[in-house]
Design a protein around this ligand. Structure first.
Ligand code: ADP
Ligand code: MG
Length: 324
């Protein structure tokens, strides 16, 4: 892309007012000010063509998802997202594509009061990298390492629909046309649980967003916190569509080990149960207790999933590992 069209692209599609920043797009760096008593939460997530999305993916949905997965990291920390930067490698300066992408990105940004304050634009194989910054009262971040033995383990929403959509598009599971359309929304248009993360400050001991599957991500909490987990399979929250297909092993794998749901998994003392259910009512979001954190035991798996008959389930796939 010529220098001119690079600048033109930035001016036309990536320059917006940034009321929450001292200086936004257009200088060598943006300037932001963190409010007194707040800490800055910083995270970045990259979407690579062929790896995280198909080359013909809808650009508007892609813009949404690129920001949504980053907002989800803010939610998992209990942070309020404030600023984002966007680095793009584009194979060509296709104005229609860029306009749709920027539209999807900025609609979600506006909804959450996030300012796009900078980035980088270059020619290359399609690659999207977003950095997100948010604020959180000092000391109140929801970390992965805070879970305690005896904590209840909770998840938001329903699990597995996004992975079910992916499995169906790869013909690993049979879904009806309308069923596929409904779960595909979960895959392509994830909803970051920002309000939940904020509400869980001072309530949850630990949290993570489920991007690689429940077992893998809860495993990170266990690892970092030095605890293990007992999960009840029957308690896992599923959509009516996933429930209908639970006899297919690909659907069970989607539920336990499928990524891309971007729900939150968190732990809290049993005494906080009514506060948590109050948050669920206030937000209109299902929150489900799926098990408890226990001591690490040498003769038991880190995460033991119990079936209705009380027996431990054999787990074949534990999450999606990009280098596996
Ligand atoms: P530099 O030469 O300092 O890297 P650039 O010419 O790459 O500056 O970018 C000019 C301005 O546009 C900078 O403020 C940069 O942050 C911003 N910018 C570049 N690409 C994007 C993008 N895709 N989204 C938002 N801002 C961008
Ligand atoms: Mg640059």
């Amino acid at each position: 892309m010529s220098t001119l069209s690079e600048f033109e692209l930035i001016k036309r599609y990536f320059t917006y007012p940034a009321p929450g920043a001292r200086l936004g797009v257009g200088d060598d760096a943006a300037l932001v000010r963190v409010a007194r008593g707040m800490e800055l939460a910083v995270s970045t997530d990259m979407l690579v063509c062929g790896r995280h999305f198909f080359p013909d993916a809808d650009p508007g949905l892609l813009g949404h998802k690129a920001l949504a997965v980053n907002l989800s990291d803010m939610a998992a920390m209990g942070a309020t997202p404030r600023w984002a930067t966007l680095s793009l490698a584009l194979p060509r300066a296709d104005a229609r594509w860029v306009r749709a992408f920027a539209g999807g990105f900025m609609r979600l940004a506006h909804r959450h009061g996030v300012d796009l304050i900078g980035g980088d634009t270059t020619r290359g194989p399609l690659n999207i990298c977003v950095q997100i910054m948010g604020e959180i009262p000092a000391g109140q971040a929801l970390r992965r390492d805070g879970a305690r033995v005896g904590d209840e383990i909770w998840v938001s929403g329903c699990l597995g629909d996004a992975a079910l959509a992916l499995a169906a598009s790869r013909k690993r599971v049979g879904l009806g046309r309308q069923e596929l359309a409904r779960v595909a929304r979960r895959l392509h248009k994830p909803v970051p649980r920002i309000a939940l993360g904020e509400a869980l400050r001072k309530i949850a001991h630990s949290a993570i967003d489920i991007s690689d599957g429940l077992l893998a991500d809860l495993g990170h909490i266990c690892e970092r916190s030095g605890v293990a987990a007992d999960i009840e399979f029957d308690m896992l929250p599923v959509s009516t569509i996933l429930k209908r297909h639970l006899q297919q092993s690909a659907a069970r794998a989607a539920l336990l080990a499928g990524g891309d749901d971007y729900e939150l998994c968190f732990t809290a003392a049993p005494a906080r149960r009514s506060a948590i259910l109050g948050i669920a009512r206030r937000l209109g979001l299902k929150l489900t207790c799926i098990g408890v954190a226990r001591c690490v035991a040498r003769n038991k798996p880190q995460i033991a999933v119990r079936a209705r008959d009380g027996r431990l389930m054999r787990i074949s796939r534990s999450g999606f590992d990009h280098f596996g």
